[in-house]
Design a protein. Structure first.
Length: 128
């Protein structure tokens, strides 16, 4: 039997890396921070769909923070190659996209996230 978390997880798994996943999750949020997905909301209802996206957003964010910088740098370059983007542009978008941070994330996690992005930006610029 399918459930909303499994379906959202499959959707996220189709995206190339944590960078794309975080931006995709941010793109689904409305001004109130709720996740809007027409197809899954029709299947599971808005509350269950939003809860599934919220859960997986926190999980994806935490996984990003637990990944070594060297691995993130490789993933960043793969993601940019697949999408025809420049690494510095993608990192800058993550810095400025407010919806990338899941609701309820502790301030220390946000500081860690910003530090990781700043480190990746410096590494990407040094390779350019």
């Amino acid at each position: 039997m399918r459930n909303a978390v499994d379906d959202v997880s499959r959707s996220l798994g189709a995206l190339p890396g944590r960078f794309s996943q975080l931006l995709y999750l941010a793109s689904l949020r409305d001004r109130a921070g709720d996740y809007q997905h027409w197809g899954l909301s029709r299947e599971y209802g808005e509350a269950r769909t939003s809860a599934a996206f919220s859960h997986l957003h926190r999980t994806t964010y935490a996984s990003f923070l637990q990944t070594d910088l060297s691995e993130l740098l490789v993933v960043l370059h793969r993601c940019c190659e697949k999408n025809g983007r420049h690494p510095e542009a993608l990192i800058t978008e993550l810095f400025h996209e407010g919806g990338v941070k899941p609701s309820g994330v502790q301030e220390h996690a946000v500081m860690h996230f910003n530090y990781v992005l700043a480190s990746l930006l410096a590494l990407a610029q040094s390779r350019s």
